[in-house]
Design a protein. Structure first.
Length: 411
């Protein structure tokens, strides 16, 4: 029978790759249209209703682009809609959230030292927070407060800072920052699905019916698109943060995440200003570098306490009870724990790689699937086999994991 853990790992690879591909497509089109919009120029020979135009060169050809604030007098037969990039990115990202953080909630989502939650409670909080984010954001945008976009964005930043702190009071550091990214990405994708696209459909329907479309729909869509533009880079950082314990596993991780949003603003301000032909605000790079250095300084604060003993329940208990566990515990403690320790003994390491601690039997049982895939099925760990793990030891890891049975694969 094919090993389900291996199959599951390849499913994660496929979904993650899909997420990256669709994310590139969405971000690429978003950045392109923001740059195009800011670079539009007036000319005396523009057709009626045209707001501006731009000439571009790419791939050996020339492109002449014109923008209509409402719509042209005659709607073309072939109209390209940019929407599936956003939808596919969110759907694949949510699939990753389910595969990694919901199925692996006991290891990745829940930290008993932060809040001792049942799996269903953690998942319910996760889902509710994503819905909460959109409802609050949308209500603010539609309120009188949202008529001033600068004022609105300042308040939205306060909301994001509050969520950054709140997530760290509920989930593990890794899950907290990942959820902050998902919280923001949900707002961005919902902007496309629930605001921008419906507004465009209203305009198209009016044109087909011979009515003059209301310009307010374009203004609303532009506001939401601008928000998406400034949120993109912080979302990318937060989605990558789970690879770096210095970001997610520090005492001030929520402050680091808050500063990342400011860096996103400064970077986008530079490019948006350049694209609009309003100069080169090079000071933004100095501010960005300063904020980045502050993040690095904050990360040197005492690391979150790595739990000396995880809870031994659920799937972890199955692995701990499986034949060969004592042998594997000795192998892991001898070959892996010099690096994967609360205080690593390997020169040059000051925290456990990826935040994984493998010092106690309970910690090893909780990391069973990782150990199996990284050091049993594949030879990814130890890196370059620096601790000289033997083929027989890898085989022992495989026997132990498989002996636990398919009921514990999600441990």
């Amino acid at each position: 029978m094919y090993d389900w853990a291996v199959l599951e790992a390849w499913i994660e690879v496929a979904v993650r790759w899909t997420h990256v591909i669709t994310g590139i497509a969405w971000i690429g089109s978003s950045f392109y249209f923001i740059a195009l919009d800011l670079g539009l120029r007036k000319s005396p020979d523009l057709p009626p209703g045209a707001y501006g135009e731009e000439w571009q060169v790419h791939g050996g050809g020339f492109y002449h682009v014109q923008k209509y604030m409402v719509a042209p007098a005659r709607l073309p037969e072939h109209l390209i809609w940019f929407k599936w990039e956003s939808y596919s990115t969110w759907l694949s990202g949510f699939a990753m959230l389910v595969l990694v953080y919901y199925f692996g909630a006991e290891f990745y989502l829940i930290d008993p030292a932060v809040m001792d939650l049942a799996v269903w409670q953690a998942i319910a909080i996760s889902l509710a927070s994503l819905a909460f984010g959109w409802l609050v954001y949308d209500a603010l945008c539609k309120s009188a407060f949202g008529e001033d976009n600068t004022r609105l964005m300042v308040l939205l930043y306060v909301v994001l800072v509050g969520m950054a702190w709140g997530y760290t009071q509920v989930f593990s550091g890794r899950a907290a920052l990942l959820h902050l990214g998902a919280f923001t990405a949900t707002i961005m994708s919902a902007n496309v699905f629930l605001i921008i696209m419906p507004n465009q459909r209203i305009v198209v329907a009016d044109l087909k019916a011979g009515r003059v479309p209301d310009a307010k729909y374009g203004r609303i869509a532009k506001q939401r698109s601008t928000h998406n533009n400034y949120l993109t880079l912080p979302v990318l950082f937060l989605m990558l943060s789970n690879h770096y314990p210095l970001v997610f596993a520090t005492q001030y991780n929520w402050i680091i995440a808050s500063l990342v949003f400011l860096m996103g603003v400064t970077i986008r301000h530079y490019f948006n200003t350049r694209h609009a032909g309003k100069g080169s605000p090079n000071w933004t790079w100095a501010v960005t570098a300063l904020l980045f250095l502050v993040c690095a300084w904050l990360s040197t604060a005492p690391m979150r306490t790595w739990p000396s003993e995880a809870r031994l329940d659920g799937a972890a208990l199955v692995y701990a009870s499986a034949p060969g566990f004592d042998e594997v515990t000795g192998i892991v403690q001898g070959r892996c724990a010099m690096c994967h320790a609360a205080e690593p003994g390997w020169d040059g390491l000051y925290w456990p790689p990826k935040g994984v601690v493998l010092e106690t039997p309970a910690q090893i049982a909780h990391a069973a699937r990782r150990i199996y895939l990284q050091a049993g099925v594949s030879h990814a760990m130890p890196p370059a086999n620096l601790s000289n793990i033997e083929p027989e030891e890898r085989a022992a890891i495989v026997r132990w994991f498989q002996s636990a049975g398919s009921s514990a694969i999600k441990g």
